[in-house]
Ligand binder design. Structure first.
Ligand code: C2E
Ligand code: CA
Ligand code: CA
Length: 523
């Protein structure tokens, strides 16, 4: 290119692809073919190079219109050269369309989910840095993708994402980014500048839109989707994806939508705080025992102590077993915890025997997940033998709902345990999940009446008759019948009149640490 902006092309074959005049081509002719989006940048580069008389080589890429109308990517390499007659710009052009298209394709593939075409987790991780307190995040978690799969077939993911985006648009408008961050978790982010809705209103609107869609298409929404909503706050931004995955898991577990605010935020955070420290708590035997005596109606003697798991969390304080046992089960640690509880219970019996003449039993709760473990019988036996406790002094409490789950395997395990000398107790009998089958099918040593049936028997004649029948059956079969939840004198009298032989409850003794009972015995 000369000073007067005249341009001379030497490689005629290359330039014949473009609509350029045959002779006296000017810089303007070339510029007129450049893509509008690239023009400004091109002009700046040429201007700068000319002004500075920059002697270094300058490379730039821009799009130039081909004769056919489509654009080619061209790489231009230019250099200012000077001779006696002045300065010129010399350079080359190269078609780099294929390379650019390939790069674009790779970039797109890296940021998009192959199945649905929407943004993927990588893109979300990139964009998360620009999310601020001005943003609202919607987490949409699919519960039963296989159910929808049966309904919609192989393009399920695509259809799900299409349905979700139309529900987002119908309820919240079009100004959102939409991502698939795992197989069954979708995320939409909104800038609050584009919506006047609060998180709660947004959640309600979106949920309604989804409900409407499901009604029209014969899908049961409650069985398919959970929707979680939260405002991005400074402490959330760093761990946004973690929160999204936690929320979606939480929604699946609880089967509900979640507005991550106030009380719910506290509950969800607590859930995951506990989960994160449970592994260590089980590993390091931080979960200890509270023991509650089971007492004979006739002699007032303590015949056994029920061992109840207690977790004193260093930050949260005392956590009830009904909160952490399900989590221990989900984490696959219940077998390990069960053995730790049994070990502590056996240590208590050893200490007890060294103080007292009496030889009570221990009652230990066993969850179904423990019973399905193939090592359960051998490990349980080993722990008891190592502690030099006879298996006959260990009563294993199981609940009926567990027994029905996987009856063949569990029945055989229970029979093996009985053959080794362990005693079986049917826990929570009458709590609603029980049937009479196990009463006759299992080699039971004990039945524990649930608190609820004990309370109901106070006011219901039919219930009293049932407990009386059970007491007769237990007596003839040599089974110990224990009433739980004996909170006061009145309940005590009432269950006694029905023939119940053993009692457990706050009215007699509250669950206390093993050390308490040992000191109690010594005093
Ligand atoms: P559960 O086996 O039915 O245990 C009896 C529960 O009733 C205990 O609650 C006990 O503290 C409570 N209780 C005792 N007397 C009374 C009373 O008079 N009135 C009332 N209202 N309640 C009374 P806790 O300790 O909170 O345990 C709850 C459940 O957690 C247990 O119910 C058991 O299912 C489970 N659990 C506890 N420890 C373990 C364990 O080591 N392993 C397994 N798998 N489950 C456990
Ligand atoms: Ca129990
Ligand atoms: Ca019980």
């Amino acid at each position: 290119m000369e000073k007067n902006s005249a341009v001379t092309f030497y490689n005629t074959a290359f330039y014949s692809q473009f609509n350029l005049p045959c002779e006296a081509v000017s810089l303007e002719d070339w510029t007129s073919l450049i893509h509008p989006e690239d023009k400004c940048h091109f002009a700046q580069r040429v201007g700068a190079q000319r002004e500075r008389k920059d002697l270094s080589r300058v490379v730039s890429r821009y799009r130039v219109r081909h004769k056919s109308g489509r654009y080619l990517w061209v790489e231009a390499e230019g250099l200012i050269v000077s001779d006696r007659s002045g300065s010129y710009m010399v350079g080359t052009h190269r078609d780099v369309s294929e390379e650019m298209l390939l790069n674009e394709y790779l970039k797109r593939a890296a940021h998009h989910d192959a199945e649905t075409g929407i943004y993927n987790r990588q893109k979300f991780m990139q964009d998360v840095s620009v999310l601020n307190t001005d943003h609202l995040v919607i987490t949409i978690s699919m519960f039963k993708l296989n159910h929808i799969f049966r309904h919609w077939g192989s393009d399920t993911a695509k259809r799900v994402s299409a349905v979700l985006s139309s529900c987002l648009e119908a309820s919240l408008g079009t100004e959102y980014e939409f991502y698939r961050v795992s197989t069954d978790v979708f995320v939409a982010t909104y800038s609050k500048q584009n919506t006047s809705l609060s998180a709660n209103e947004a959640l309600i609107r979106f949920d309604k839109a989804l409900q409407h869609y499901c009604d029209e298409n014969g899908l049961v929404k409650a069985r398919l989707v959970g929707v979680g909503m939260f405002n991005v706050s400074d402490d959330i931004q760093m761990s946004c994806l973690e929160l999204i995955l936690n929320l979606s898991e939480y929604m699946r577990e609880k089967g509900c939508n979640v507005l991550y605010e106030g009380e719910t935020k506290y509950t969800v955070d607590r859930h995951y705080l506990l989960r994160d420290s449970l592994g260590e708590a089980v590993e390091c035997e931080q979960i200890t025992l509270a023991m509650q005596p089971i007492v004979s109606v006739y002699t007032d003697e303590v015949v056994s102590y029920e061992c109840l798991a207690r977790w004193h969390h260093p930050m949260v304080g005392m956590i009830p077993p009904l909160e952490f046992i399900p989590q221990v089960e989900q984490l696959g640690l219940i077998h390990q915890l069960g053995l730790s509880i049994l070990k502590q219970a056996c240590q208590f019996l050893k200490a007890h025997d060294s103080i007292s003449e009496t030889r009570p039993q221990i009652n230990v709760n066993v969850s179904a997940k423990q019973l399905v473990s193939k090592d359960y019988v051998a490990d349980t036996h080993r722990v008891v033998c190592d502690a030099e406790i006879r298996p006959e002094r260990v009563v294993l409490e199981i609940t009926e709902s567990h027994l029905l789950d996987d009856s063949d395997v569990i029945s055989s395990r229970l029979n093996q345990l009985v053959n080794l000398g362990f005693q079986l107790s049917l826990d929570d009998f009458g709590s609603g999940l029980s049937s009479m089958t196990s009463l006759f099918r299992l080699p039971l040593a004990q039945i524990k009446l649930d608190k609820q049936i004990v309370v109901d028997a106070m006011s219901s004649r039919a219930c009293r008759d049932f407990v009386t029948y059970l007491a007769t059956h237990a007596e003839t079969q040599g089974i110990m019948l224990v009433a739980e939840g004996v909170e006061d004198e009145q309940i005590m009298k009432s269950v006694r009149a029905m023939g119940v032989t053993h009692l457990q409850g706050y009215g007699l003794h509250r669950p206390m640490p093993s050390q308490y009972w040992l000191e109690y015995l010594e005093s």
